[in-house]
Design a protein around this ligand. Structure first.
Ligand SMILES: [Zn+2]
Length: 145
């Protein structure tokens, strides 16, 4: 039987593996990123929060908070804990620059699906796909690949 902490740890590791296995993983990991070289971190976070609210409203997802993943956390792109507190990493670890905005939104959609399902079940994956599809239709999510 896993403790809550170790279960959360496993979910975080699985999040990373899911990203790494996606066809879009390489640009995620190594892009030279410019989600707005002109934006401050505060402006970028504010934009992401606005988009998170739009998505959450449509899918009736209630999260506690959306904030920046601390830069010392290097093993994941985002997280959602059991209190429904979402964290998204804004920076490329190698360059220190902002990740591209569509990569932030991809992470955001994944973590928003965790608000409802704290696992990577089929239900989670279906919800994640629906959220991504909606965000793409609304041009919040604009992937290159
Ligand atoms: Zn995950």
């Amino acid at each position: 039987m896993f403790s809550q902490t170790s279960q959360l740890h496993i979910i975080i590791l699985q999040c990373f593996r899911l990203f790494a296995s996606s066809p879009c993983a390489r640009p995620f990991l190594y892009d030279i990123l410019d989600s707005g070289g002109y934006m401050s971190e505060g402006q970028l976070l504010a934009k992401l929060r606005r988009d998170a609210q739009r998505i959450a409203k449509c899918f009736k997802l209630r999260y506690l908070d959306l904030d920046v993943e601390p830069q010392r956390v290097r093993s994941r792109f985002g997280s959602c804990d059991e209190d429904r507190r979402i964290r998204v990493r804004l920076h490329n670890l190698r360059t220190g620059r902002f990740l591209q905005y569509q990569n932030l939104v991809h992470t955001l959609c994944h973590e928003l699906a965790h608000v409802k399902y704290l696992n990577h079940s089929n239900e989670f994956k279906m919800l994640n796909e629906r959220i991504l599809g909606w965000a793409r239709a609304k041009r919040i999510y604009r992937p290159k690949c």
